[in-house]
Design a protein around this ligand. Structure first.
Ligand code: HEC
Ligand code: HEC
Length: 269
């Protein structure tokens, strides 16, 4: 009887340690997570495909092509094309709204173009589409990975023109603080930023004289340093109310066009 009790106790303790080991072992957990990701991606490929033998297949490939690189929409009377999903522009939309691919897939092309008659239907069962939550999650993971890989391959092409810069201003979210027409909001108005900088900043900065001097010497350089990281470059490392914009958020050529646009703003100057 005693021995039996001891035996049960020993087995219990051993089991507890094994479980503890299992759950706390970092590489093992990472391996499980990676396996889970791989399964999710694989399921995403199944959903994306047009494989008639797979009940879970949604047939995205019919329009977007087997590899997701775009193609003609079958039997479309207007000969329209479905876009490639391996694009930096899709990644840029994800930067503005991390839920973008999910929304576009769940609710359809109307999210993309505002066109309620878009050839891309809504897919989510929540709105009467054919796909359940697991299928949507898997295919969104797949497509998001394609877009991110594309963005890492080639920098977003932006011509150095005021028009392109105005688009960067809109897509980078500057207007949320400075007003869509640069009229000001949380941040100061930028309608005269092509003439001067640093007049009437809402929050005092320690490097104000430096900022003004840099602007006088080279307005592009000063704006670049301000927009990239105003805290580090002009406020001794203290936040200024204007968030930093590292190259992952704003590529060099996006920033260049943005500054070209800002320098055309010379109202009231
Ligand atoms: C009938 C053809 C068709 C099918 C099937 C289809 N799409 Fe689309 N898809 C389109 C078209 C066309 C657009 C562009 C929408 C527009 O501009 O109205 C689009 C747009 C998209 C976008 C947005 C791309 C961007 O750059 O903004 C994503 C993401 C997408 N589709 C994913 C999917 C997924 C995932 C599936 C399968 C579940 C799928 N599509 C099935 C035709 C299709
Ligand atoms: C979260 C809000 C916010 C966002 C987003 C934002 N800014 Fe600002 N910005 C500010 C604030 C606040 C200031 C004033 C800082 C101070 O008073 O020290 C400022 C200051 C500036 C100035 C200096 C203005 C002057 O008259 O001296 C420029 C130029 C500027 N921002 C450009 C931009 C651009 C371009 C973007 C987009 C890439 C952007 N900002 C995004 C809040 C923002």
């Amino acid at each position: 009887m005693r021995i039996k009790t001891l035996g049960v106790l020993l087995v219990t303790v051993l089991a507890a340690f094994t479980m503890l080991y299992w759950f706390t072992d970092e590489p093992r957990r990472a391996a499980i997570a990676a396996e889970h990701d791989a399964e999710l991606l694989h399921f995403g490929e199944v959903v994306f495909s047009n494989n008639p033998d797979e009940p879970a297949a949604a047939g995205c490939a019919r329009c977007h092509g087997d590899d997701g690189k775009g193609g003609p929409i079958p039997n479309d009377p207007n000969g329209r094309q479905a876009p490639s999903l391996h694009t930096a522009s899709l990644a840029a939309k994800l930067k503005v709204n991390p839920a973008y691919v999910h929304l576009a897939v769940a609710y359809g092309g109307v999210v993309v173009s505002g066109n309620v008659n878009s050839p891309m239907p809504a897919w989510s069962a929540e709105v009467g589409g054919p796909l359940n939550v697991q299928q949507i999650d898997a295919v969104v993971t797949l497509v998001t990975g394609w877009a991110e890989a594309a963005a890492n391959e080639a920098p977003i092409e932006v011509p150095d023109t005021p028009e392109a810069g105005a688009q960067v201003f809109a897509s980078a979210g500057c207007g949320g603080c400075h007003g869509v027409n640069l009229e000001g909001g949380v941040g100061p108005a930028l309608t005269n930023i092509g003439n001067e900088i640093g007049t009437g900043l809402p929050t005092e900065i320690s490097g104000l004289e430096q900022l003004k001097a840099d602007y006088k010497a080279d307005p592009r350089k000063a704006l670049e340093q301000w927009i990239r990281d105003s805290a580090t470059n002009y406020n001794g490392g203290t936040a200024t109310g204007m968030p930093p914009h590292p190259p992952e958020v704003l590529s060099d050529n996006q920033l260049k066009a943005l500054i070209t646009f800002l320098l055309t703003q010379t109202a009231g100057g």
